[in-house]
Write a protein that binds this ligand. Structure first.
Ligand code: SF4
Length: 227
């Protein structure tokens, strides 16, 4: 399992209705609800964000394909909207995506481009099986970082990012073992083996840094978070 994003999208909300701050890898933006739903319309609402994701993915996928083909299509536009129906408690969402190309494109090219659009990654995701998994964390967990050092390298574990995929515990049990305390036995393998395993953590929960010979590294008395 490998997450698509190196760092998760962070979202937060205070008491100001319904301003959400969304942080992504290169900045932040505001999401909100329209005035009719009690917000101030300071940013896109969740449905708009979802449709924006599909629109941008469609456009980027088409542009990449057109570039590869060397076709002369200077602009593409997408209009996306959705409606929902409910039948005996089953909610069905219909997303309509209208793709606008400049006039004069041959029908074969248009058909091919429609096919490409239908296979953009977000289309495939929306039409595939999606499972939303939710976990509860407390603020103190989010800021927590536990460190384990062997004097050469220090392994850092961020509990809030650990989704317990189990990769580390099954692949290097001499070091990562949920039955021991602390759960990381840093002397259980050499630095290179540990580094290779840490690099395979799919969520970024594990990382390492090379110790500076002049620095002293703090070690937790025991592994935290019960692990
Ligand atoms: S530290 Fe990484 S590899 Fe290990 S259980 Fe957590 S998410 Fe999985």
């Amino acid at each position: 399992m490998q997450y698509k994003l190196k760092e998760p999208v962070h979202g937060s909300i205070g008491t100001e209705k319904y301003k959400c701050v969304i942080e992504w890898r290169n900045g932040e933006f505001i999401a909100d609800e329209p005035v009719k739903s009690g917000g101030k319309d300071l940013g896109p609402d969740p449905f708009t964000l979802l449709l924006s994701s599909l629109a941008s993915c469609t456009l980027i996928t088409l542009r990449m394909y057109i570039e590869r083909k060397g076709w002369d299509i200077p602009e593409i536009k997408v209009n996306a909207n959705l409606f929902q129906t409910k039948n005996e408690d089953a909610l069905t969402t219909f997303i309509d995506r209208d793709i606008v190309f400049p006039p004069g494109l041959e029908p074969e090219k248009l058909n091919r481009l429609l096919e490409i659009a239908e296979h953009c990654p977000i289309s495939k995701m929306l039409e595939g099986k999606v499972k939303v998994r939710s976990y509860v964390y407390h603020d103190e967990d989010v800021d927590k970082k536990l460190k384990y050092t062997n004097g050469d390298i220090t392994v850092v574990w961020k509990p809030e990012l650990c989704k317990h995929s189990g990769r580390c515990v099954t692949q290097l049990p001499g070091v990562f073992n949920l039955k021991t305390k602390p759960w990381v036995t840093i002397t259980g393998a050499d630095s290179e083996t540990i580094k290779a395993q840490v690099d395979m953590c799919p969520t970024g929960a594990l990382s390492y840094f090379k110790n500076d010979s002049s620095s002293t590294t703090e070690l937790p008395a025991t592994g935290g978070a019960g692990l």
